[in-house]
Structures are given as C-alpha cells and as structure tokens.
Design a binder for this molecule. Structure first.
Ligand code: CU
Length: 115
C-alpha cells in the first residue's frame, strides 16, 4: 500500500467535498485521516470525506489527511506518473496526475492489519 499527498485548492465560493477516489494503480482507495487513539496516532477512513473550504485549501500530508491506496500491485518508482480521479459531491470528478516519490513515511502507527 501507499499514500498520496498534496494540496487540494478550491477556487469557488462554496465548500467542496471530496467523497472518494480512484486510480488505475489500486483497486481500493480510501480517504484517510490520522487521529490520536489511546496515545497512539492511527489512521482511519475520514467520515464525510475531505472538505475544502470556499476559496481555501486542504492539505494532504504525512501524519494528516491522505489518500490511501490499499491494493497496489505494482511498485511505484520515483518519477512514475499516476492518474487519479476524485469524486466531488454535487460536482464534476476531479482528475490529476501525481508523480511517484521515494518516501519513508511519517512514522505513523497504523491500525492492526495496516503496515
Ligand atoms: Cu491511510
């Protein structure tokens, strides 16, 4: 598994909610948040998705909200171009290409079964 990070930018005058994502890289994608649970940081699906405020941004970063790719079958090489589509509540899907990067992770403690 791996994760996608970046900045969601909303140029409109109304909040935008990202409800789900897809990518040819992984059949299972979840929108995750990182929360403290009993003194440990764990990640879990973000209820209601990611909300990008009107004329604002929403950061996806290690230790915070991120796009989780749960069923990656192919190694992501640095520089690889990976297509994503995010579903927008009451809006057009958002498509972009992300660049693969070498990254060791943010030292998060994952829930049982996660690595
Ligand atoms: Cu995650």
């Amino acid at each position: 598994m791996t994760a996608a990070f970046g900045t969601l930018v909303n140029n409109t005058g109304a909040p935008v909610t990202i409800t789900s994502g897809t990518s040819p890289l992984s059949p299972v994608i979840e929108l995750h948040e990182v929360v403290e649970d009993g003194g440990k940081m764990v990640m879990r699906p973000k209820e209601g998705g990611f909300v990008v405020p009107a004329r604002g941004t929403h950061e996806l970063q290690p230790g915070g909200d991120h796009i989780m790719l749960m069923g990656v079958t192919e190694e992501v090489k640095p520089g690889a171009r990976i297509a994503f589509t995010l579903q927008v509540k009451d809006g057009e899907p958002l498509q972009f290409t992300a660049i693969g990067k070498d990254f060791a992770g943010g030292e998060e403690d994952y829930q049982p079964g996660h690595k």
